[in-house]
Ligand binder design. Structure first.
Ligand SMILES: Cc1cc2nc3c(=O)[nH]c(=O)nc-3n(C[C@H](O)[C@H](O)[C@H](O)COP(=O)(O)OP(=O)(O)OC[C@H]3O[C@@H](n4cnc5c(N)ncnc54)[C@H](O)[C@@H]3O)c2cc1C
Length: 399
């Protein structure tokens, strides 16, 4: 191929793509990022905004903690804010069995240096008087935070541009192929670009790119429905969650309450649709009213969801390709990608520039789908009715 070339091309202008571009540019790489829409148009711009540390998959803590430091430094690093707020996160249990599960989470979090406070009634009610009587116990993580997803991705993209990254929006990648020791990337308008390394950060659409290089993973598209109420009197400072998943809520300073309706709903990545079943809106408000009676009379004014890539073990694929040198994947973030996005960009840029294998990325290799990736309990709980579930999960394994 003759013509334009760059060191690294990135497919996908979500949070993962823009953070990776930002850190690569800081390491002196020439980077071109392709986004078929505008940056942050998909799950990175539509998510709930939780930066939760407690209750994570144990192998994810080194990545989550590094990411949290970067969120805490966001304004200094990026040059503008994203409504980052250290709200704390309150995880509630309705009975003794749930309290035991919270305790198990708390112990793992603490092993990784996360401060967890344990609260039981009546102290819980005294500390958070807006909680009704249903929650018997809770764990509180004061360092957990929230940020505004609408602001974060475009802000990181602007900072990357200032470092010299070329961001091509409305530029859908239609073909990727090996060319010499590197790659050639073709967009819908027929433009070609050569690159030495290629990052596949195409979200729920990333497997199409991986499959161009004889590699796959059992990704499927889903998203949790989201609801926002009219502004209500401000009562709830921490982000709130019940361990049974019936309530995930936070209140903005303006008073609007944002809720997430679990279990997640299947999304249509081909048709670009993420439906919100009306019954979920009513169920989410009912569950919130049961936990925070002061918010019982709020009206939901808008609903939405997003299209995100999920994998059956409910952890992402991050790292080098198993088939193709200089190809790197970062997709299938299973609902955690907002929190860990900065760390993914940071460690992936080290992997690309230094040829290193950063230990925090070790659990996320795509290689696990060639051997014995486990199916998570969460997957069974939320997605058991998916007709294609088992087949797709198994199809990525060797016969
Ligand atoms: C409703 C919802 C709520 C969530 N809540 C939270 C939360 O509270 N906390 C948390 O940590 N995580 C949350 N998540 C998860 C988080 O939003 C995602 O994990 C994260 O945004 C994934 O980022 P990404 O860059 O991989 O994907 P995306 O944001 O989907 O970006 C991928 C990009 O690739 C582009 N693309 C695809 N194909 C091509 C192509 N061929 N050419 C060019 N561009 C292409 C797409 O247009 C898209 O913009 C939530 C997700 C959803 C949907």
């Amino acid at each position: 191929m003759r013509g334009a070339s760059t060191d690294v091309a990135i497919i996908g202008g979500g949070l993962i793509g823009v953070w990776t571009a930002f850190f690569l540019a800081r390491r002196g790489q020439r980077v071109v990022l392709f986004e078929r829409d505008v940056v942050g148009a998909q799950s990175s711009g539509t998510n709930f905004g939780n930066l939760r540390l407690q209750g994570r998959f144990p192998g994810q803590y080194p990545l989550a903690l590094r990411s949290h430091e970067l969120w805490e430094d966001f304004e200094a690093l990026i040059g503008e804010g994203c409504e980052f707020a250290r709200t704390g996160h309150l995880y509630c249990a309705f009975d003794a069995a749930e309290q035991a599960r919270l305790e198990a989470y708390a112990q793992v979090s603490q092993q990784h240096g996360v401060v967890i406070e344990r609260l039981e009634q009546p102290e819980l009610r005294k500390r958070f008087p807006w909680l009704g009587g249903r929650a018997v116990a809770a764990t509180y993580s004061p360092r957990d935070a929230t940020a505004n997803p609408r602001l974060a991705t475009p802000a990181v993209a602007r900072a990357a541009r200032r470092l010299g990254v070329e961001i091509r929006e409305n530029a859908r990648v239609t073909a990727v192929a090996r060319h010499g020791a590197g790659f050639v990337v073709t967009t819908a308008d027929g433009t070609e670009l050569g690159c030495g390394a290629l990052v596949n950060a195409a979200g729920a659409w990333a497997v199409e790119m991986a499959e161009c290089f004889g590699e796959t993973a059992p990704v499927f598209a889903a998203g949790p429905p989201q609801f926002v109420t009219e502004p209500l009197p401000f009562v709830m400072a921490p982000s709130l969650q019940t361990i049974d998943g019936s309530v995930i809520a936070r209140q903005t300073e303006r008073g609007n309450v944002i809720l997430a309706g679990y279990p997640r709903t299947a999304a249509d990545a081909v048709g670009n649709r993420a439906p919100v079943p009306p019954a979920k809106t009513l169920a989410a408000m009912r569950a919130l009213a049961g936990l925070v009676p002061a918010l019982a009379h709020g009206h939901v004014i808008r609903v939405w969801s997003g299209i995100e890539g999920y994998l059956p073990d409910m952890i992402p694929v991050i790292g080098r390709s198993e088939t193709t040198p200089w190809l790197f994947h970062a997709f299938g973030f299973c609902g955690h990608g907002f929190q860990i996005g900065p760390g993914v960009g940071h460690y992936l840029s080290d992997m690309i520039v230094d040829g290193a294998d950063p230990p925090p990325l070790a659990p996320f290799s795509i290689a696990r789908f060639r051997t014995s990736a486990t199916i998570s309990d969460k997957f069974h709980k939320e997605f058991d009715d998916r007709p294609d579930k088992g087949n797709r999960a198994l199809s990525a394994r060797p016969s």
